[in-house]
Design a protein around this ligand. Structure first.
Ligand SMILES: Nc1ncnc2c1ncn2[C@@H]1O[C@H](COP(=O)(O)OP(=O)(O)O)[C@@H](O)[C@H]1O
Ligand SMILES: O=C(O)C1=C[C@@H](OP(=O)(O)O)[C@@H](O)[C@H](O)C1
Ligand SMILES: [Mg+2]
Length: 167
């Protein structure tokens, strides 16, 4: 059975896409980012999916993208921050190497402020991020088989810790 070498989870701004790309490069495999897969399936950016079709449609595309990636990708998989809320996805993650990238509220806010807009964080990003972290931290903690701190650390350093810990 094919299996990703690692599946990255964590809040927006934890670095799943960035660390995922660097980890994949370090391991000589490909990165599969389920946000990009959902965008490709819809033929438009995530922001447009939220606005034109609604969040529930995005979550549907995301569940399908995650199921496909977990079932067929042999490299590194980066999930979107909210993907783990789907019970179906939680079940599919069982038995995988799930790397939870930890990030504090202030650092997450700083990082997403530098990146492209995320629809859930457009209005009042700090309070939205706080709410989102409160809701999701227990889920990330439960699902992650490897927990890695990212605050104040370079992606290369984080990648080395993951590589050393991979089974
Ligand atoms: N360890 C890190 N230190 C500093 N900046 C980071 C780190 N990881 C990611 N970033 C930056 O934070 C932003 C969000 O990263 P991204 O990989 O898109 O996070 P995610 O996919 O978890 O939402 C990007 O601008 C990225 O360059
Ligand atoms: O946390 C979320 O619910 C979301 C996170 C985003 O991915 P990143 O975590 O890669 O930013 C993206 O899937 C979408 O904007 C929704
Ligand atoms: Mg991402």
């Amino acid at each position: 059975m094919t299996r990703p070498k690692a599946v990255l989870i964590g809040a927006p701004g934890s670095g799943k896409s960035t660390v995922g790309a660097e980890l994949a490069g370090r391991l000589g495999v490909a990165l599969r980012d389920t946000d990009a897969d959902a965008e490709a399936a819809a033929g438009k950016p995530i922001g447009d999916i939220f606005v034109e079709d609604g969040e529930e449609r995005f979550r549907e595309l995301e569940r399908a993208a995650v199921a496909a990636a977990l079932g067929e990708h042999e490299g590194v998989v980066a999930l979107g921050g909210g993907a783990v809320l789907a019970p179906e996805t939680q079940e599919l993650l069982a038995g995988h190497t799930v790397v939870y990238l930890r990030v504090g509220l202030s650092e997450a806010i700083k990082r997403v402020g530098l990146a492209s807009a995320r629809p859930l964080l457009v209005l009042n990003p700090r309070s939205q991020m706080r709410k989102l972290l409160e809701e999701r931290l227990p889920v990330y903690e439960r699902l992650g088989t490897l927990h890695v701190d990212t605050d104040g650390r370079e992606p290369a350093d984080i990648v080395e810790e993951i590589v050393r810990a991979l089974p």
